[in-house]
Design a protein. Structure first.
Length: 291
């Protein structure tokens, strides 16, 4: 074969091999995207407190290995650092909640790609105080009237607006400062009560008929505070108002996402069950376009 012909063949072969290698490299890049560095922050709704199995690396936090962060991580292949903790408040983002439990924001860094959080319900003791006060009033009233609303009026709402809302904004700004490149998702809380009283639910959730919508309105206000804080700090708000409707603590087992105060299946009442944690994960992934 003449030399010039041989050179043409060799050049064509090298070009073809190079193109094939480049194609394989591109295909590999598309087939195996970079693993997300995912940090989960938040309170017991994030931690899945009461859902088995328990994460024994942090027993005081009552963190489940079946909580929504773990479901998201498994579905997306993300590398998860889960520092969620039952009972957490926004202040626990920047200070130790328990001895030996670092501030949650310590888990974040410049390389963090994704952050999820559910927080705010424990600030001012909103959830525990409202449910305890209204449950006690409901039992004493035999389920009649609206004794909790009559006694407490706008006090829970006032605390949410005056204290929780600015604390949420500060917490989300602190998340952004620690993880400037991360996508941040702030989740609302799934419905605890139905929109109207269900007499058959009184034995499980002993609220007076008029206090059922009262508690639901307080939760609506809290979720709206989370939404506004998220929007004002560049985070994505994950809204459960439609997705969790009909899955409250008064719904039947297998349908409800939240366990009732009495006669539920969770170790921790008035919290998401395993189904609720899975559905929270699925809806969050849908909103974020993950999975």
């Amino acid at each position: 074969m003449p030399k010039h012909a041989l050179r043409r063949v060799m050049t064509a072969t090298i070009t073809a091999v190079g193109a094939l290698a480049l194609g394989l490299t591109d295909a590999t890049a598309h087939a195996a995207p970079a693993t997300l560095d995912y940090v989960a922050l938040g309170d017991s709704y994030s931690a899945g407190s009461g859902v088995l199995p328990v994460d024994l690396t942090s027993p005081l936090c009552l963190r489940s290995t079946a909580n929504y962060p773990h479901v998201v991580a498994k579905a997306t292949g993300a590398r998860l650092k889960d520092v969620t903790c039952g009972g957490a408040r926004t202040t626990d983002f920047t200070q130790a909640q328990y001895p030996g439990t670092p501030p949650q924001l310590d888990a974040l860094g410049a390389g963090t790609d994704l952050v999820t959080l559910t927080i705010g319900g424990n600030d001012n003791g909103t959830f525990i105080n409202a449910i305890t006060a209204c449950g006690t009033a409901g039992v004493l009233s035999g389920g009649k009237g609206s004794p909790c609303k009559d006694k407490h009026g706008t006090s829970f709402d006032d605390e949410i607006e005056a204290n929780t809302y600015p604390a949420l904004k500060a917490a989300l700004r602190a998340v952004r400062a620690k993880a400037p490149e991360a996508r941040v998702a702030a989740l609302g809380y799934p419905w605890i009560t139905p929109a109207a009283a269900d007499p058959s639910c009184f034995v499980k959730l002993p609220l007076a008929a008029g206090d059922v919508p009262y508690l639901r309105a307080i939760q609506t206000h809290l979720n709206d505070a989370v939404r506004r804080a998220a929007e004002e700090t560049g985070a994505t708000y994950v809204d459960f108002s439609e997705a969790s409707d009909g899955h409250d603590a008064c719904a039947a087992p297998g349908t409800r996402w939240i366990e009732p105060l009495l006669f539920g299946s969770n170790l921790v009442p008035v919290h998401p069950n395993a189904l609720g944690e899975r559905r929270m994960a699925e809806h969050t992934m849908s909103v974020l376009g993950l999975g």
